[in-house]
Write a protein that binds this ligand. Structure first.
Ligand SMILES: NC(=O)c1ccc[n+]([C@@H]2O[C@H](COP(=O)([O-])OP(=O)(O)OC[C@H]3O[C@@H](n4cnc5c(N)ncnc54)[C@H](O)[C@@H]3O)[C@@H](O)[C@H]2O)c1
Ligand SMILES: [Zn+2]
Length: 666
């Protein structure tokens, strides 16, 4: 291919990747592969300026605005950053700075490069008036309602410390913990999981429903201050001012005097960054002095006074040996790729999840394919692409099976769902065992002392056929089974007995009705109070309940129409399991603590600990167990542990005495 066609091809491809990435929150290739293509294009344009195309992605910030929001014009453009992957490029960057600044001394500030989406917060007279996305750099989407859900972004600041009008900018992100929780729920419902925290963040900030954004616990780190009037001379002073005035500035930045010091910082954080609550994909190096920044200036796309150093992403290449299909407790079929073992980011990887049939199709997987696997925010690596150059002629594409690999029952796929299901619920062993395992878990009947192996064994031996059979177990049932001492049998039976006190909402979750997770179970108990009422409810009564839609309603009706399930319920009733509960919506006493979190420590004069806890909840607050930088208050009684006190002091957490706490309530 000649140079001109290659340049054309690169422009088309990169523009496609940009569109998928910024508009659909989808990565069609890995970031590193993307950056390599971009780099190739930049080099070719430098060497062949006459062939450079006007719509080249090297000349523009990658994002776009969407129609769903009002767009606003940035007073100062929001730019991208140049990037480097190695020491040599970093030294080149430093040389360029040295050349422009002549003999002047200069220093750098290194920060982590947070992997989320750039956001700008506009303040006027000390009040937050707008939150805006980067968009195409010139115009962004007005997503004020959504950014207001970020609890750490102050709605007001001390107006004496700042000019009348200014902006702060930072990276909005979805904490890994929220990401994992949302995906757990999605997978349980049979929905496709979110791909990675970055794409999830960018999708979330562009949702229309800000209540849903609020539920996702989004967060932000601020890293820059912009305006016509800047009340400081260096970036360092800016970071200090912003953090003193209540902006969430990550304390991980460091001042560095030389490239060697920068390299030490890079090295140090390569390991430590795994402990942070969010993904980071590198570090950002900025000239500290604002006057020098001004003189170094900007290209069309990025500042000349800053650069990012990206950590190589953790990618490996290996061969697919086979695909297996796992059957979950609700009969959902998950394809899993068995890989030729390969070393990736500290562990040997043998398997990767492929999620569902759509994913097989999207990747166009063939038998024996050589694939790229990547470790993102998730623990389980995923296949991000196929190396087509290594596919042999005549390779056969994987076809989704038509029958269940375990019971040979037929598989069905309901309209609108990504998953295939084995509907042979009553005779498919992994479904039966999976349902019993689901039933005993902590969030359900919380039956301790009994594990997956014991369930397997009791099921294989024909001693239990469903969860209700657990209540018919006696010492005799274990007779002749290997590995059970009298003591462990007694423990098992005791745990089973204890589960008869578990409240109905957990029992309902434990029944394992498809799409009825713990939260939905609670909603149902609030509305119906007993299993009998729920079983008698019709479709209209079900969908009248908040958050119960078509899919859940149908699944509940199906469940109670199945005689097998009715037989299980009748056995549970005989065993005196809780099948009713008078659950009431918590009515708040007051709202003075809404949105605030508390740790309770020590002994109190007016309250028992539990009372204090109830008081906080009744006024809209949240009680957490450990002190972190996100905590609002530590309520300190007598005899509080010195370690807690020290930690709270270190993190600048406000400490309340009992009296101060009471004052907060009124
Ligand atoms: N995989 C794909 O298909 C695909 C497609 C398009 C873009 N991308 C990725 O996105 C990158 C381009 O995105 P970009 O233009 O946003 O560039 P970038 O993400 O490499 O760098 C600029 C951004 O860094 C962020 N940032 C994080 N921490 C920062 C800090 N401490 N100080 C300043 N900024 C900080 C800001 O949001 C800023 O806008 C590509 O290099 C690639 O990695 C991937
Ligand atoms: Zn089956």
């Amino acid at each position: 291919m000649d140079i001109q066609s290659r340049m054309q091809e690169l422009v088309v491809r990169i523009n496609q990747y940009n569109e998928a990435y910024y508009q659909n929150n989808e990565s069609l290739i890995s970031d590193q592969a993307f950056d390599e293509l971009m780099h190739e294009l930049q080099q070719l344009e430098l060497q062949n300026p006459l062939f450079a195309l006007p719509d080249s992605p090297t000349q523009r910030v990658g994002g776009t605005i969407t129609k769903a929001f009002k767009s606003v014009i940035h007073q100062f453009p929001m730019l991208s950053l140049g990037n480097t992957y190695n020491e040599e490029d970093l030294r080149d960057f430093d040389e360029r700075i040295k050349k422009t600044l002549g003999d002047e001394p200069y220093e750098y500030i290194c920060e982590l490069k947070f992997d989320g989406v750039a956001l700008s917060f506009w303040y006027e007279n000390g009040r937050l008036i707008k939150g805006v996305t980067r968009g195409d750099g010139t115009r962004g989407d007005d997503i004020t309602e959504n950014v207001k859900t970020i609890r750490r972004i102050p709605l007001t600041v001390n107006s004496e410390k700042f000019p009348k009008i200014f902006e702060v900018r930072g990276e909005g992100f979805m904490p890994i913990s929220s990401f994992e929780k949302i995906n757990e729920e999605k997978v349980a419902k049979g929905d496709a999981p979110l791909a990675n925290p970055r794409n999830a963040a960018s999708g979330t900030f562009k949702m229309q429903d800000s209540a849903e954004v609020a539920r996702r616990n989004m967060d932000c780190f601020i890293y820059s201050f912009v305006g016509n009037e800047i009340p400081f001379q260096t970036h360092e002073e800016g970071l200090n001012l912003m953090s003193q005035q209540g902006f969430p500035v990550s304390p991980t930045w460091r001042k560095c005097a030389s490239v060697d010091e920068i390299l030490a910082y890079i090295h140090e954080w390569d390991e430590k960054r795994n402990d942070l609550p969010l993904n980071t994909d590198g570090i950002v190096i900025k000239i500290n002095d604002l006057g020098q920044q001004e003189r170094l200036g900007y290209t069309a796309k990025s500042p000349r006074w800053a650069i990012s150093f990206k950590y190589p992403s953790e990618i490996a290449q290996t061969k697919i040996e086979s695909l297996s299909y796992q059957v979950g407790r609700t009969g959902n079929i998950t394809p899993v790729a068995n890989l030729h073992p390969v070393y990736l980011a500290g562990t040997v990887i043998k398997r990767a999840s492929v999620h569902n049939a759509n994913e097989i199709q999207r990747l166009d997987l063939h038998e024996g394919d050589s694939v790229f696997i990547e470790k993102g925010g998730e623990i389980i690596p995923k296949i991000t692409g196929v190396d087509l150059t290594k596919r042999s002629n005549g390779a056969i594409p994987f076809n989704f099976p038509t029958h269940c690999p375990e019971c040979h029952g037929e598989l069905v796929r309901l309209p609108g769902e990504a998953n295939h299901y084995c509907v042979n619920e009553t005779a498919c062993p992994p479904q039966i065992k999976g349902k019993i395992e689901h039933f005993i878990q902590r969030k359900a009947l919380n039956i301790e002392n009994i594990g997956v192996e014991t369930i397997d064994l009791l099921y294989e031996k024909g001693i239990i056929k469903n969860a209700a059979d657990l209540y018919a177990l006696s010492e005799l049932s274990f007779w002749g089974l290997e590995g059970f001492q009298q003591k462990s049998i007694a423990n098992i039976l005791q745990s089973i007995e204890k589960s008869k006190q578990i409240p109905f909402r957990q029992v309902l979750f434990g029944l394992g009705i498809r799409h009825v997770g713990a939260t939905i179970a609670e909603k149902l108990v609030l509305a119906f109070h007993s299993l009998d009422n729920l079983a008698a409810a019709n479709y209209d009564e079900l969908i009248a309940i908040p958050e119960i839609g078509d899919r859940i309603a149908i699944s509940i009706l199906d469940y109670f129409n199945n005689p097998m399930n009715l037989a299980i319920i009748s056995k549970l009733r005989e065993a005196k399991i809780q099948l009713a509960e008078d659950l009431q919506e918590i009515v708040l006493e007051g709202e003075s603590l809404v949105g605030k979190s508390f740790v309770i420590s020590g002994v109190f004069e007016n309250f028992e600990r539990e009372e204090l806890k109830a008081k906080i909840i009744a006024n809209g607050g949240k009680v957490v167990s450990s002190i972190s930088s996100k905590l609002d208050y530590l309520v300190a009684g007598n005899n509080m542990g010195p370690a807690k006190l020290e930690k709270a002091n270190q993190l600048n957490i406000k400490i309340l005495s009992e009296e101060e706490f009471l004052a907060l309530l009124s």
